[in-house]
Design a protein around this ligand. Structure first.
Ligand SMILES: Cc1ncc(COP(=O)(O)O)c(C=O)c1O
Length: 403
């Protein structure tokens, strides 16, 4: 459905149950217009890089369909994720199986379905691929400097550059088909220079591979891009660093057939979704000097706000009351999520005074929220309303590409 703004959509869907069990249940708004704008922006900023949406961040079919209809591929980590996109009709060559610790049954499933492109970062995983899927097409995942990222993925994943030479030797001995190099600078990256270092490491490996008879032609630059304007570095900054490094290290004159893909999750997921919760309880605590009002809302750290895995409680500028806050008194308050635990604290700060039944809109909450959250204590939104606040028609330049 078309709406001029997310707020107008929230007003419309709040006014009746609209498929929810109760009128005051929380719900999600998915604004596909935002996702399409992000994709257009990506294509303008990084024309050499095809995004493969990391569906782990927000496995919502209408979003996946929009992005893949417009030419994106997808990054999957498991059998279920592959099934979601293959059931939607996506060709297996538009999937990268980017999990370096694969469950054997999932790997066999990938083989059966023809999902060949997959990452590895160790001798053991390489041997697993040789045993169970010798025809796979491999990307060697290397470590990056991801310490300045919200999730320091290289603390766990990726081979060191020193180990990588030996892994290429082993892949060649095993006659495995190595297609290229992949990396991830960490989710919520703060340091664009991490791309420069990783790309120059990748170039060293491309050069070494050529000396042992391996012809690499795929680069997978992972994810790490922010999904909102109020977080820096901006995607423009990342794009300029990536484009410069690609131009210097992988010039098209030397690499005319290089395929560059990326695995953005947060970038597409964050702004596309807004969560709408309801104030379900209010209590005065008049003798407490830190705050004098306690609110409970029906979303919290066990449903949609999962700071550990990547969905922090939103910044205050992303939170609003549906009916506005004009005329409301500001009072030092604490807001809890719904679970029966003292740890479900969402914020303690000056808040406009609210009443039971007021709706709160939490913008920019799509990434790693509903994909990670559960329904502990029976709370958490399960209903999504798909809307568009701007045109989502694929343009001719969005033609899907195969690998
Ligand atoms: C292998 C891999 N690719 C892509 C992503 C998506 O990263 P982001 O959401 O930072 O773009 C992740 C996130 O954990 C990941 O582990």
């Amino acid at each position: 459905m078309q709406f001029p703004t997310v707020e107008q959509a929230v007003e419309y869907f709040s006014s009746a149950k609209n498929g929810r069990r109760n009128i005051d249940d929380s719900f999600w708004i998915c604004d596909l217009g935002d996702a399409k704008k992000k994709l257009d922006m990506w294509n303008d900023l990084m024309p050499r890089v095809t995004p493969f949406f990391a569906i782990k961040s927000a496995p919502h079919r209408p979003l996946i369909k929009l992005l893949t209809d417009c030419g994106a591929g997808v990054d999957c980590a498991s059998q279920d994720e592959m099934d979601i996109v293959l059931d939607m009709g996506l060709s297996p060559d538009r999937i990268v199986y980017s999990n370096t610790s694969k469950q054997i049954s999932h790997l066999l499933h990938a083989k059966e379905l023809g999902v060949k492109l997959a990452t590895f970062d160790s001798r053991e995983e390489l041997e697993k691929m040789k045993e169970f899927f010798p025809e796979s097409e491999l990307l060697l995942r290397i470590k990056t400097d991801s310490k300045e990222s919200y999730s320091d993925l290289s603390e766990r994943f990726g081979a060191t550059i020193d180990d990588s030479f030996g892994l290429l030797d082993l892949a060649s001995d095993l006659a495995m088909n190595v297609m290229g190099v992949s990396f991830h600078v960490g989710s919520g990256c703060e340091n664009p220079a991490a791309f420069t270092t990783a790309l120059s490491d990748a170039r060293r490996l491309f050069d070494y591979a050529a000396t042992i008879g391996l012809r690499l032609e795929t680069l997978d630059i992972g994810g790490g891009f922010h999904g909102t304007r109020n977080k820096s570095p901006s995607v423009e900054k990342f794009a300029s660093v990536i484009n410069e490094s690609l131009k210097g290290l992988f010039p098209t004159s030397e690499y005319p057939n290089l395929r560059v893909i990326s695995e953005p999750g947060r970038y597409f997921a964050t702004g596309t979704f807004s969560l709408v919760s309801t104030i379900i309880a209010k209590r005065n605590v008049s003798r407490n000097e830190d705050y004098s009002l306690i609110y409970t809302t029906n979303e919290g750290i066990c449903s949609s706000f999962m700071p550990v895995v990547g969905c922090p409680i939103p910044d205050i500028q992303d939170i609003s009351i549906l009916d506005g806050d004009s005329g409301r008194k500001y009072i030092k308050s604490r807001m809890y999520g719904p679970i029966c635990s003292n740890v479900d604290v969402l914020m303690t700060r000056l808040l406009p005074e609210m009443e039971v039944g007021d709706r709160i809109i939490w913008k920019n909450t799509g990434a790693y929220s509903f994909s990670c959250g559960g329904r502990f204590n029976g709370f958490g939104a399960t209903v999504f309303y798909d809307i568009a606040t701007s045109d989502i028609t694929p343009t001719r330049s969005d033609t899907p590409t195969s690998l």
